[in-house]
Write a protein that binds this ligand. Structure first.
Ligand code: ADP
Ligand code: MG
Length: 249
């Protein structure tokens, strides 16, 4: 399969293993995500969800196995890795904005440095993205002047500014006050509806039911269930998933 053909999976992980010392945190992970699919990853704390996300863009090196994005193997380092990282946007629980830069500057930085856009073009694109996530009026403020929900929407705009092929979200609403959760989930649901390939670690079951095409349930470093939202929530197969759902629903 050549890179970028219509039948290339957007994400393909094959036999991926990862240890932290004696802890086997990813165990023989095989995962193929086609373009446009929205995958929600559920599982108890410590099951390896964050490590899975970080393995996909090599924030975390793996011990063995392969990861491909849009048909291209994950490069180990250097310029090729920087380019691949641009293909895979990531949004974390903590917004990770640069505190001493304005919201607009936060969104501009990657496009100018990595995509080599001129400042005017980058500003035009960044402004459009801030409009899209509903915070164009906050462009000249600093992160600390924004609410948590606004900061997280800025972080999403910053990731989108790199024109990623895949977006990874690791508990993007877990640090937010409850009244701000939906403004972030709505932006994510909009992206999903536009056909973005997304992998979303979340405890927001409403989002999983509403926006996911597929639910993965992880336990002890393995993908224990790979299901549709309706099948997973109505009839989870494993005892681990049944136990998990009984605690959160
Ligand atoms: P989750 O996101 O599902 O809560 P993580 O992927 O963060 O799980 O972590 C899986 C396991 O790996 C946990 O037991 C965690 O303590 C451990 N772990 C995560 N990161 C590290 C690290 N950098 N060094 C050692 N252990 C780690
Ligand atoms: Mg985690």
């Amino acid at each position: 399969m050549t890179a970028g053909t219509p039948d290339s999976p957007m994400i393909r992980m094959s036999s991926v293993d990862k240890h932290f010392g004696s802890l086997h945190v990813l165990q023989d992970i095989d995962l193929t995500v086609p373009p446009g699919q929205v995958v929600v990853v559920l599982g108890p704390s410590g099951s390896g969800k964050s490590t899975l996300c970080r393995a996909i863009n090599r924030l975390e090196p793996i011990d063995s196995g392969t990861v491909e994005i849009d048909g291209k193997p994950l490069p180990a380092e250097g310029r090729a890795l920087a380019e691949l990282r641009a293909d895979v946007g990531m949004v974390f629980q903590q917004f990770n904005l640069f505190a001493h830069k304005t919201i607009l500057e936060n969104v501009l930085l990657g496009p100018i440095k990595v995509r080599k856009l001129d400042k005017a073009t980058a500003e035009r694109e960044a402004t459009a993205l801030l409009e899209r996530v509903g915070i164009a009026d906050q462009a000249q403020k600093y992160p600390a002047q924004l609410s948590g929900g606004q900061q997280q929407r800025a972080a999403i705009a910053r990731a989108l500014a790199m024109k990623p092929k895949v977006m990874l979200f690791d508990e993007p609403t877990s640090a937010l006050d409850p009244e701000m959760v939906n403004e972030v989930l709505d932006v994510m649901a909009g992206l999903a509806a536009e056909g973005m390939t997304m992998l979303v670690v979340t405890h927001e079951m409403g989002f999983a039911r509403r926006a996911a095409h597929r639910v993965l349930f992880m336990a002890d470093g393995r993908i224990v269930e790979d299901s549709t939202p309706s099948r997973f929530f109505e009839a989870p197969e494993s005892a681990r998933a049944q136990d998990f759902l009984s605690k959160i629903l």
